[in-house]
Design a protein around this ligand. Structure first.
Ligand code: SAM
Length: 288
């Protein structure tokens, strides 16, 4: 069948079904098949790849995934898009559309029900405000996926990809890089979407690690330390950690930092994941 991802076909479908774009659901549809091919190549989709697509819209990216991959389970929250997807994807047998909010699904159960194991990738062109919760749900629930490839606002992709000492490095960089290695696949201009968003987007690939990148005794404490360290950006590590939500004793923080050979005047944004892990593990020993 014809490519869905052209400006002409997108406009035709939208008017045939009298569809109204919802800003709050972040509905901007891709209209350039070259970008779709780039995403699919970068993601490494082959005939052996099972795909979970979050937010298929009218099926523009889904069509490419169905042609390149094995089976696609597409989760779409907007029920007005379901009849459109049934129309645009009617020639494909390897598709299952689920009309649900992805954040409300039991993803591990879905994977067991829909796939026969093997290589599973998550793909989505996502609205900015739910990107982080969706990614963290896949990672924290330890859904057995090999990688997560998402198109998001460029600025958010840069934060996920940032290394210590860089201006974009923050709690989101640490959270993502605890579970994954990251790579930017491509930058996408607003002109390839209908309607056009205000900002540039990036496609980022998160390769999920078998084990977290650093060894942490207590994950919740590790993430609390990270949050406190970045909470007060202009504060030294000693002050940030002793005045944050954890309410750690200042002498104890000083002792921990000395033990970890970390200068107490450094700021959170200069610390590597290993250094955060060392601090959290030393704090954990003292709180036991
Ligand atoms: N993949 C299509 C494309 O590239 O043209 C559509 C992308 S559009 C930026 C985002 C899609 O995600 C919309 O179809 C929207 O309805 C859907 N969506 C938003 N929040 C969602 C959620 N919580 N669960 C599932 N789908 C969601």
């Amino acid at each position: 069948m014809d490519k869905i991802a052209t400006p002409k076909n997108t406009k035709e479908m939208v008017s045939k079904y009298d569809f109204h774009f919802s800003k709050s659901l972040g509905q901007n549809f891709l209209t350039d098949y070259n970008i779709i091919e780039k995403i699919i190549r970068g993601a490494g989709i082959t005939k052996d790849t099972n795909v979970i697509e979050v937010g298929p819209g009218i099926g523009s990216l889904t069509q490419g995934l169905l042609e390149a991959g094995k089976k696609v389970v597409a989760v779409e929250i907007d029920k007005k898009l379901i009849p459109i997807l049934q129309d645009t994807l009617k020639d494909y047998e390897n598709i299952k559309v689920i009309n649900e909010d992805v954040l409300k699904l039991n993803l591990n159960q879905m994977v067991m029900d829909e796939f026969d194991g093997g290589d599973i990738k998550v793909i989505g062109n996502l609205p900015y405000y739910i990107t982080t919760p969706i990614i963290m749900k896949f990672l924290e629930d330890k859904v057995p996926v090999e990688s997560i490839i998402i198109m998001i606002q460029k600025e958010v992709a840069d934060r996920m990809n940032a290394k210590p000492g860089k201006k974009d490095y923050g709690a989101l960089s640490v959270a993502v890089q605890y579970y994954c290695t990251t790579e930017i696949i491509t930058v996408v201009p607003p002109t390839v979407f209908i309607p056009q968003p205000k900002v540039e987007s990036s496609v980022i690939k998160l390769n999920v690690l078998k084990e977290p990148s650093v060894k942490v005794e207590k994950e919740s404490l590790f993430f609390s330390v990270v949050k406190d360290a970045f909470g007060k950006r202009r504060k030294t590590l000693l002050n940030a950690l002793s005045s944050g939500n954890l309410q750690l004793n200042k002498d104890m923080v000083r002792e921990v930092l000395q033990k970890c050979e970390i200068d107490e005047k450094r700021r959170g944004e200069t610390l590597s994941l290993q250094e955060f892990a060392n601090i959290a593990n030393e704090v954990n020993k003292r709180l036991l």
